[in-house]
Design a protein around this ligand. Structure first.
Ligand SMILES: [Zn+2]
Length: 342
């Protein structure tokens, strides 16, 4: 904080002058004790905004300030120095020291300065300012003791963000496809957009974000889906309206011991879960998928009623009744469409 380039220049200039004035002072003293009496000098003293004009017979700058009753505090600077001999027409400048607090990059610096403005105080402390930095109070503000100066470092960065552009879906009706069935004709592809932001940081904290440019790096591609609208199914009893179609895994059973664990004559032989006698068209389902009692049309089997359940019949499973065991073997396992009729 002792860097005072302007003051030093002044001092060295005055130092040379002091040498000559000391001699002049000596001459003046000679005159003083001579026949002409004491020599009166006209001196101007500037103390802040106060300007004093005086006529004095004193010898040094210190004597002149004492005569005016101006006291100096620690850190106050006087130009020229106190020991300098007074000269006629001399201008004495008092630079009053002020306590300054400067907050910069999270640190608070405190010292005593004789500088007049915020700009000079920051120069004294060797604080470099960049064009975007903020200074409060402003650089041309006057220094008063106890002043708090804040330097906010402002930096600007460019940031790039990539954003997904979700594809859109085009739905087309298809009357040749059952209601509830969909088919992707063309798969959708997400696009990509690149956004460039200008981001402002103040002391490392983001304070503003502005979009500078947006560029589509990759175009999205529409997805095309066909939606079935057919709500009628052809059965042996003509076209029937259905509520929904479920793709199911179908198995076959008959009333035999292999299929049910019961033989003719056993209690419950040939009786379904719902108490009905088994016959063509009685099928077992998971009631959580198809409610018991629903009227169904099973592709490749025909009209049926959901009347039975089975331990292995869970989810999208259906068990179809056939009158003989041979027929169940022939049927095997198939994947079928099950229409739930209205
Ligand atoms: Zn069987």
């Amino acid at each position: 904080m002792d860097i005072k380039p302007i003051a030093n220049q002044k001092k060295s200039f005055l130092a040379n002058k002091t040498f000559t004035t000391v001699l002049a002072c000596g001459v003046a003293l000679g005159v003083t004790f001579g026949a002409y009496g004491m020599m009166v000098k006209h001196v101007e003293v500037v103390d802040g905004k106060q300007v004093y004009e005086m006529h004095t017979t004193k010898n040094t700058v210190k004597d002149a300030l004492d005569e005016l009753g101006l006291s100096l505090n620690e850190g106050d600077e006087v130009v020229p120095q106190l020991s300098t001999c007074l000269e006629n027409g001399m201008r004495i400048q008092i630079n009053r020291a002020a306590l300054v607090n400067v907050t910069v990059e999270g640190k608070v610096l405190t010292w005593v300065s004789t500088k007049a403005t915020v700009k000079e105080v920051l120069e004294e402390a060797g604080i470099m300012l960049f064009p975007a930095d903020k200074v409060n109070p402003s650089l041309d503000s006057e220094i008063k003791s106890g002043i708090n100066i804040r330097v906010t470092r402002v930096t600007e960065k460019s940031e790039i963000q990539q954003v997904k552009l979700p594809y859109s879906v085009i739905k087309r009706k298809n009357g040749n496809m059952d209601k509830g069935q969909n088919k992707v004709i063309s798969k959708g592809v997400d696009g990509l957009k690149q956004i460039t932001y200008k981001v402002i940081y103040e002391d490392g904290k983001e304070t503003s974000r502005q979009v500078i440019s947006e560029e589509i790096v990759k175009q999205s591609q529409q997805e095309i889906v066909e939606i079935g609208t057919r709500s009628m199914v052809a059965t042996s009893r003509g076209n029937m309206r259905f509520k929904k179609v479920i793709n199911m895994k179908a198995t076959a059973y008959c009333a035999c011991r292999k299929c049910t664990g019961k033989s003719p004559g056993d209690h419950g032989y040939g009786i379904t879960h719902s108490g009905m006698r088994v016959r063509q068209g009685v099928v077992a389902v998971d009631p959580r998928v198809i409610p018991l009692g629903s009227r169904l049309y099973v592709e490749g089997y025909g009209l049926a009623t959901a009347q039975d359940t089975g331990g292995a019949i869970k989810g999208n499973r259906i068990d179809l009744y056939f009158p003989t065991h041979d027929k169940t073997l022939k049927y095997g396992v198939r994947h079928v469409k099950v229409y739930v009729l209205e």
